[in-house]
Design a protein. Sequence first.
Length: 85
Amino acid sequence: MNAEELHYEERIRQLEENIANLRMSRRILMNLLEQVQYSRKEELERLEKEKRRLRKISSNYAGQLWEKNRRIRELEDSAVVMSKK
């Protein structure tokens, strides 16, 4: 083997090593991407559940306020009627 052939064989070996490293890096990045996507999905589900819970609480509170305001109006109306007698 001459020096040129040795140089090309070494270059081929380096390129094959680079390819192997790139494949490993790609697998690692794909695994990380999957983990991030899974975490994001879990977070979105948690936030949606929290949003539903808060909406329910808000709706119940609004209903209670509405009912209390209705009762106050009834009492005020009955007080006005009684004061006119």
